[in-house]
Design a protein around this ligand. Structure first.
Ligand SMILES: Nc1ncnc2c1ncn2[C@@H]1O[C@H](COP(=O)(O)OP(=O)(O)OP(=O)(O)O)[C@@H](O)[C@H]1O
Ligand code: SF4
Ligand SMILES: [Mg+2]
Length: 319
């Protein structure tokens, strides 16, 4: 097991704005709420969920880029929150992020050669000549010629920028990538090319991959297992291959287009303290066509209903 997430929560308390007409109470955003899963070596673990479901917050908390409220993240059995700065540096070297929108993560003032040299310099790897050689080899692996070293990010297409971001993440020879929306903003053809490249690099480098996207097709294309997030929680987790056939949670079935969703009655900010994630009950209860009485008061646990298939829903009994 490379990475294990145990009952992880990241909540934000948003203080009221005294000048606002509405929103006169503090509210708690349960961006990540009691999330547990484990990623094994060599797998592609997909995370899907609509905008605001907590995917980026989960990725950032796993990388210890933000604090958790509760729970733990274990890297090879060691809590990332207990790591000292030297351990954290090693952790961040072996578990690399690939963030959404390479535009904003690549320094526009630097040329690609300097952008790619930076992580090697930070970790004190090689002399100038070996670093250059390493960068040329990595550019080739992401199907870019060495001439790209002299170009600036603004001179690249979206797909080329994402390839440079991938090359940068791989330069330190990580064992795992956490890719948050790596293809967002790319057209469908380039999306397929970048995903295929990621899978090839995963194979060549023996990588483990967490692939995060709001796009079900992207996640389904590449993942061995898929976790579906809704308002900070995992509501369903199952194998990628037969994901569509096995999907049972009402929200997953809505994402797949096989079930409707009841339009939620909008609440005025400030009327309710908890606008994001339910304190009690299922967070999907107000949109769920199958909701039961219990759904509004007791939060359903994520439990195994059949081999390798976990669902959080009161209406679904184990097989
Ligand atoms: N620093 C923060 N302070 C307060 N609220 C935050 C903060 N970061 C995220 N949130 C809130 O947490 C929730 C989850 O946000 P997050 O960015 O993790 O969602 P996401 O699934 O990545 O969405 P997207 O698909 O749009 O990228 C949202 O309601 C967001 O507004
Ligand atoms: S727990 Fe209840 S409200 Fe939530 S998805 Fe299941 S049936 Fe619907
Ligand atoms: Mg996000």
């Amino acid at each position: 097991m490379i990475l294990e997430v145990r009952h992880l929560s990241t909540h934000y308390l948003v203080r009221h704005n005294p000048l606002a007409r509405f929103g006169h109470r503090d509210h708690l955003i349960r961006a990540v709420d009691d999330v547990s899963f484990a990623v094994t070596a060599g797998e592609v673990f997909g995370i899907i969920g609509e905008s605001g479901s907590g995917k980026t917050t989960l990725a950032r908390t796993m990388l210890r880029l933000c604090d958790s409220t509760a729970g733990d993240v274990l890297h090879r059995g060691r809590s990332v929150f207990a790591m000292d700065s030297a351990e954290l540096k090693r952790y961040r070297r072996s578990v690399q992020p690939v963030f959404q929108d390479a535009d904003s993560t690549l320094d526009p003032r630097q040329h690609v050669g300097a952008i790619l040299e930076e992580p090697l310099l930070i970790h004190g790897i090689g002399d100038a000549a070996t670093r250059r050689q390493h960068i040329r080899a990595m550019l080739e692996q992401v199907n870019l010629s060495p001439s790209f070293m002299q170009r600036h990010p603004s001179e690249l297409s979206g797909g080329q920028r994402q390839r440079v971001a991938l090359a940068r993440s791989l330069l330190l020879n990580p064992e795992m990538l956490i890719a948050d929306e790596p293809t967002s903003g790319l057209d469908p053809l380039v999306t397929t090319q970048v995903l295929a490249l990621m899978l090839r690099l995963k194979q060549d480098h023996g990588l483990t991959l967490i692939l995060i996207s709001h796009d079900l097709e992207t996640v389904a294309y590449a993942s061995d297992r898929i976790a579906v997030m809704y308002r900070g929680r995992i509501v369903e987790l199952s194998g990628g291959e037969d994901f569509a056939q096995r999907a049972s949670h009402p929200y997953t079935r809505f994402l797949l287009g096989v079930e409707r969703r009841v339009p939620e009655i909008p609440v005025l900010e400030g009327v309710h303290e908890h606008i994001h994630g339910a304190e009690d009950g299922c967070a999907y209860a107000n949109s769920c066509p199958h909701h039961l009485h219990v759904c509004h008061s007791i939060s359903p646990e994520l439990r195994e209903t059949s081999q390798g298939h976990l669902i959080a829903c009161h209406a679904i009994a184990p097989e």
